[in-house]
Design a protein around this ligand. Sequence first.
Ligand code: FMN
Length: 330
Amino acid sequence: MADLSTSYLGLSLKHPIIVGASPMTGSPDGVARCAAAGAAAVVLPSLFEEQLAQETAALSAALEQSSDWHAEVSQYLSADVALRTAPGSYIELIRESRARVDVPVIASINCVRAEWWQEFAAQVEAAGASALELNVAIMPTWFSMSGAEVEDRYESIVRAARAAVKIPIAVKLPETCSSLPDLLRRLQKAGANGFVLFNRFYMPTIDPDRLAIVTGERFSTPAELSPTLRWVALLSGQIRASLAASRGVHSGLDVVRCLLAGADVVQSVSAVIRQRPGHVETMRQELEAWMKAHDCQRLSDFRGRLSQSRNPETELFSRFQYMKVLSGKG
Ligand SMILES: Cc1cc2nc3c(=O)[nH]c(=O)nc-3n(C[C@H](O)[C@H](O)[C@H](O)COP(=O)(O)O)c2cc1C
């Protein structure tokens, strides 16, 4: 049997597949279900600051109306709305989850500014959270805010969290930051122990028949993995922090791809919601089968093998343009 154990944020995990922040982990029962299905760790849904929580509640209510989901998804979503507006319930969720499962329970806070949640972060730690994930989601829509100011704000958020807690901190980022390598190094110096690349935000679209703005695709597709692979491959081995690959991880082979790029772990949500928590075990088995077929006994036998730092001669991940492909040379 291959050894799938790994370490993430200094936490020991039995394998690299984590159920990411989502309504699936929004109740102690949901957390227990994910752990029983084999998740190596779980991330709780983010606690949102009050105003954002109200918007999220409205969004979740809209999502709930969808008819193409199995019944459990609707249950997850209704539990989720109440949770996100109540810090007390969130603390209870951490306590109960820790009592019921023996895998790490990572709390998540949605951060837009450095202030409101600092005191809450200390309560999260006291309640027994194994680590804190900062879901930093700044939508820079103001003409008055420069890119440098946005990144300064990221840094001040991480510094505020580090001052508030001693547990490991992961920062979950969008891919739209102007210079990810520089930003990650700054955030690591400010106290981050790891990074989750990337978040997937609400994606509205336009219904041309109704002339209305409507909820776009709620779940990722496997095709969305490419930017994650690119950045994990470019950053792994270059920064002293854990890397969790997130967005578009749908299968055991996607887990293999992320590990080859250099990720320490993966987080999966869309695939696990759609196919129910038992999908974690399917992915784990696929990973194990791949390792057996490729004669790998442990993850370190192949982790990072296709990262940029191990393959400086290839510039495929840093290539932006299609020119060589179009000219038949790429
Ligand atoms: C219904 C739903 C709720 C989510 N809630 C959160 C959340 O509270 N906090 C967070 O950081 N990410 C949240 N996410 C984003 C997921 O954690 C994940 O980053 C994203 O779905 C991309 O991963 P995937 O491709 O495996 O789905 C949510 C995603 C979905 C579909």
